[in-house]
Write a protein of this length. Structure first.
Ligand code: NAP
Length: 285
């Protein structure tokens, strides 16, 4: 970054709030490692100014980048093309240029699969998955797992309509889905029936670490892989309970890293220095 000059290419993440984003440190470390004359900046966009922001980035020649809360869905109407994953998930976290067209992609689900593979998860179609939550992250994870061949899902969400929406989507992809209630026996039963359990809700995230999903330690089953997409704190109350019951656990850091590696390769066209990006993330989390 010491060589920012008239030829420097600019990449950006759009969001609001954005000050907490780890994307600039992760991607600028990657540019530096590869000796690329590029810079990645975090841009705070006012909530009603997304359209102007996209016109601005086109006019200014921003080369690509990412989008985060609250624009992951709203950006879709301002893009020229969507990848299959982004269209199915209904949300975009990555934008890039191809032949003069502005594309939207979603690397959250594919990143999650990379994280699972690194945790040696067996993708046999007979494996069944419990999703806690039915928001954007759940849609990304669910679609990725369904496209990877997983057939059986249980969804537990506070808002029933949203759970039904995700169930419909997964059923269209050939999955069998059961819905359980967020509280009590429904949730308890769902735990014993599934080999992979994924918390996609923000419950337990900094600074509300004490507010995990309403689950008891004894509900977890040995042999389960339990994932929390939260990475701050690195071990949520939810993961602590799973670990205490002998489950294998995985936090959200590896998904964050893997979706970042995939996004970098999308918008830069270069192979990402994945190890450097992981090291940089760990320094900042
Ligand atoms: P979202 O679209 O707003 O969805 C949030 C989900 O959590 C919804 O299902 C919502 O249920 C549920 N929820 C929220 N507050 C709740 C509460 N008090 N009680 C019960 N359920 C509650 O958010 P998102 O984009 O999916 O993100 C969710 C989490 O995933 C965040 O913590 C985010 O940081 C994390 N994430 C991590 C990565 C990564 O790379 N590690 C990537 C993406 C997201 P209702 O439908 O009932 O409102």
């Amino acid at each position: 970054m010491s060589s920012v000059n008239g030829k420097t290419k600019v990449f950006a993440v759009l969001g609001n709030p954005i000050e907490h984003s780890l994307s600039p440190v992760m991607y600028n470390a990657a540019f530096s490692e590869l000796g690329m004359n590029s810079i990645y900046v975090a841009l705070k966009v006012e909530k009603d100014k997304l359209k102007d922001a996209i016109r601005g980035l086109k006019a200014l020649g921003i080369q690509g980048g990412n989008v985060t809360i609250p624009f992951k869905e709203k950006i879709i109407s301002h893009l020229d093309e969507l990848t299959t994953e982004a269209r199915l998930i209904g949300a975009v976290n990555t934008f890039y240029w191809e032949e003069g067209r502005l594309w939207g992609d979603n690397t959250d689900g594919a990143g999650f699969l990379v994280a699972l593979r690194r945790a040696n998860f067996d993708f046999a179609p007979s494996k069944s998955v419990l999703l806690l939550g039915a928001g954007g992250a759940a849609r990304a994870v669910g679609v990725a797992l369904a496209l990877a061949g997983i057939k059986n899902f249980t969804i537990v969400n506070r808002n029933r309509e949203k759970a039904e929406g995700l169930a419909n989507l997964l059923e269209k992809l050939g999955s069998i889905v059961s819905l359980r209630s967020w509280q009590g026996q429904g949730l308890k039963d769902a735990f014993s029936e599934n080999k992979l359990v994924v918390n996609t809700t923000p419950l337990g995230m900094f600074p509300q670490e004490e507010e995990g999903p309403p689950v008891e330690e004894k509900w977890f089953a040995k042999g389960q892989l339990v994932v929390d997409l939260i990475y701050k704190p690195q071990e949520t109350l939810f993961l602590q309970k799973a670990k205490a019951h002998g489950c294998q656990t995985l936090n959200g850091l590896s998904t964050l890293w893997a979706q970042g590696v995939l996004a970098f390769e999308r918008w830069s066209g270069q192979k990402a220095p994945a190890d450097i990006m992981a090291q940089e993330l760990k320094r900042w989390v």
